[in-house]
Design a protein around this ligand. Structure first.
Ligand code: GTP
Ligand code: MG
Length: 287
């Protein structure tokens, strides 16, 4: 391209390359989802289908960005963890952030009608941020922080909406009843007043969703897919089991439940099954 006298303006662009050898986490969060969930009549406190729109959008992001080794979602947020060595987009912060956030948003819209039976009333949008973690422990603690957040919020919200929807309390009355209570009190209230054992509620609501790339065994064949897990990632057991996250990136086998989650089925349907030997393993940085 010919040089023009305007060319010098390029020098105003700042280098935003992320330093090497750190975990890159991108977290997106829905803008005003309090209103969005009301407008779209989400079930309270958890709407399984709406959460699956989030999960499906995050799956689409993981399919595109092969250097994402784990994604973790709850409520209206998702965190994406890039492997430490990623060279994706030359580690340029703005590029990574905007690609992930915009792909997530457009995928959310694309997935909507596959899970929800009412039309989108308006375009949802998501903010995004980049956070860097230098050590494995920092990364584990970050994810534990997000999972602990689900626990605190979900226990409160479950008790709150039971009081409002089943006991007929006003929002203010329910709030007053729960003010100053500890987890054990809320567990007790759910059990005594509603016969609910909190630990028996769906794991997706209590633990959020962890997306990992795994080998799904289908009879004689297997193929890679992004699979949803609802495990306790605060426990050391999780990290012992899923060694591919922090170690050499070789996806493990998916311990599939009896019926494959729809999220996995959707990835597998309509595609040829790869023989295990031919499994694609190119996880080099997207550029
Ligand atoms: P900003 O993120 O600051 O724009 O505000 P926000 O309204 O999105 O609040 P925040 O991100 O803190 O919390 C997410 C909100 O989304 C929750 O407070 C709920 O109101 C709503 N939400 C998310 N998931 C569900 C769901 O499964 N069911 C229902 N009913 N609401 C949900
Ligand atoms: Mg939000």
């Amino acid at each position: 391209m010919a040089c023009s006298r305007f060319e010098y303006v390029k020098s105003f662009e700042q280098d935003d390359s992320i330093l090497p050898n750190v975990w890159i986490v991108i977290r997106i969060d829905g803008k005003k989802f309090h209103k969005f969930s009301k407008t779209h009549d989400f079930e309270k406190p958890n709407d399984e289908n709406a959460l699956n729109v989030m999960n499906a959008a995050a799956t689409a992001v993981m399919q595109e960005f092969r250097d994402i080794v784990l994604a973790y979602g709850q409520s209206d947020e998702y965190s994406f963890v890039f492997r430490k060595e990623t060279a994706a987009f030359k580690r340029r912060s703005a590029k990574l952030l905007t690609y992930v956030t915009s792909l997530f948003s457009s995928s959310y819209v694309m997935q909507w009608s596959k899970w929800m039976n009412l039309p989108l009333a308006y375009a949802p949008c998501f903010d995004g941020r980049v956070v860097l973690y230098p050590s494995e422990q920092n990364l584990k603690d970050y994810l534990s922080w997000r999972q602990a957040d689900v626990h605190v919020n979900n226990l409160y919200n479950t008790a709150f909406w039971k009081l409002v929807l089943e006991k007929g309390l006003t929002n203010q009355q329910a709030e007053a009843k729960l003010r100053g209570t500890f987890s054990a009190d809320k567990n007790e209230l759910l059990f005594q007043e509603f016969g609910i054992n909190y630990n028996n509620l769906p794991a997706m609501y209590r633990k959020g969703t962890i997306l990992l790339r795994k080998r799904v065994i289908l009879g004689e064949k297997s193929r890679q897919a992004v699979v949803p897990l609802h495990e306790d990632l605060i426990s050391s057991q999780f990290w012992k089991e899923h060694t591919e996250i922090l170690g050499k990136y070789v996806p493990g086998t998916y311990n599939a439940p009896q019926t494959l989650p729809r999220l996995v089925e959707m990835q597998i349907n309509g595609k040829e099954l790869d023989d295990e030997a031919e499994e694609p393993q190119n996880l080099a940085g997207t550029s």
